[in-house]
Design a protein around this ligand. Structure first.
Ligand code: PLP
Length: 391
């Protein structure tokens, strides 16, 4: 029998922080030997400059802690990239922090900026880590639903979600899971609200180069007057296919950056040293052509997967960015999205993830998310299997 005592127990928040459904689908998919379109594991080639310079750094003895905000060549390369691509001016010595992925950046920023009981508004469908990072710090996430399938924002709903306890709005553009790319007009309206209510904007731009059909990425910090209140987060996990290296970064006004850096140091000490060198070389070496070609390559993957989902009788929302598709799979048997995901895996060998991982209040029960960041041969095989599906 379990012994329950007052003190030998989990924290109160622990039961609310669930094992991600994405991971459990991955386990189930591996068990059945299926093709995993559930997880955003980007298993495409890592650019050779990135690999070679990381290996060289290990041989050259760069195996010890770095400065807490990262090595100078990487901070400088990030500052150049921010100016060139994002229209953000950042001092590499005081306004750039190299982090343990975008995930570590968000965690450290929340530790440094918010107090337990504060509220942070974010858009639904959301990325689960955003919600769980807030919850784990006893910050209340307030989800503002976007219109199903068009992912338009109702600004009246957004306005009413803001209370005296609200401290920030999280923007994720291009978005995981729906691929929405926020327009300038949407960002301007969010900026007006942020100024009116004196809020931070936390923006996760990890998919900033994954843009299709000529869509352009706009960083909220580049809008007039927004730089001081905006914490911009990105990373190299996705662009260089190095999700396991844990290299991300954050830029913010120096008023905030030092504290965010201390909290990052407390949790992670620094991002892995040799991988910082590999990443710096990659940022220096890669030209716009590399990123543009990557977007073209991913657009073809998107089209392939969306076509197969349609052929299977599903209704995908065609994403203008990132590398996921949300599809309505009402025709798949199952009372819940989790059951539908498991039934589809059992009958086709293709794993998607239940839409309920990204929505509150039962929305998402007819939706599955599929990831197309896969090698062409695997994606092709998954698409063939999906096309043969008959409910
Ligand atoms: N942010 C979003 C929106 C993501 O989808 C992911 C990964 O799936 C991450 C952050 C994780 O980034 P990192 O590997 O840099 O921690």
């Amino acid at each position: 029998m379990e012994t329950a005592t007052e003190k030998l127990r989990l924290s109160q928040i622990s039961p609310r922080i669930m094992q991600s459904e994405i991971r459990s689908m991955t386990v189930e998919c591996d068990r059945l030997g299926g093709i995993n379109l559930a997880q955003g594991v980007c298993d495409t080639e890592v650019p050779s400059a990135v690999v070679e310079n990381a290996i060289k750094a290990i041989h050259d003895g760069h195996n010890i802690y770095t400065r807490l905000d990262g090595i100078a060549p990487l901070r400088e390369a990030i500052a150049r990239k921010l100016a060139h691509y994002n229209g953000i001016q950042a001092d590499p010595d005081s306004e750039v922090l190299v982090t343990s992925g975008a995930t570590g950046a968000l965690y450290a920023a929340c530790l440094a900026l918010f107090d337990p009981g504060d509220e942070v508004v974010l858009f639904e469908p959301f990325y689960g880590y955003h919600v769980n990072t807030l919850l784990s710090l006893r910050i209340q996430p307030i989800a503002v639903p976007m219109a199903m399938h068009t992912w338009e924002i109702d600004f009246d709903v957004l306005r009413t979600a803001i209370t005296p306890r609200t401290r920030a709005i999280i923007v994720n553009s291009p978005s995981n899971p729906c691929g929405k790319v926020f327009t300038r007009s949407e960002l301007e309206q969010i900026a007006v609200l942020a100024e009116e209510h004196d809020l931070f904007i936390l923006t996760d731009e990890i998919y900033e180069y994954f843009l299709f059909d000529g869509t352009k990425h706009i960083s909220p910090a580049s809008l007039p007057g927004m730089a001081e209140r905006t914490i911009t987060i990105s990373g190299l996990s996705k662009t260089f296919s190095i999700t396991g290296w844990r290299i991300g970064y954050l830029t913010a006004n120096k008023r905030w950056l030092a504290s965010i850096g201390y909290f990052h140091d407390l949790t992670y000490v620094c991002a892995p040293s040799p991988f910082q060198y590999g990443s710096a070389a990659g940022l220096v070496e890669m030209t716009d052509t590399f990123y543009n070609e990557m977007a073209v390559e991913y657009q073809a993957k998107r089209d392939l997967l969306c076509g197969a989902l349609q052929d299977a009788g599903f209704t995908p929302s065609i994403p203008p960015g990132a590398y996921y598709v949300l599809a309505d799979v009402s025709s798949v048997p199952g009372a819940t999205a989790k059951e539908k995901a498991r039934n589809l895996l059992a009958s086709t060998g293709v794993a998607g993830v239940a839409g309920t991982a990204f929505f509150t209040g039962g929305r998402g029960e007819n939706i599955l998310r599929f990831c197309f960041a896969k090698r062409d041969a695997d994606l092709q095989r998954a698409c063939n299997l999906l096309r043969d599906y008959r409910a």
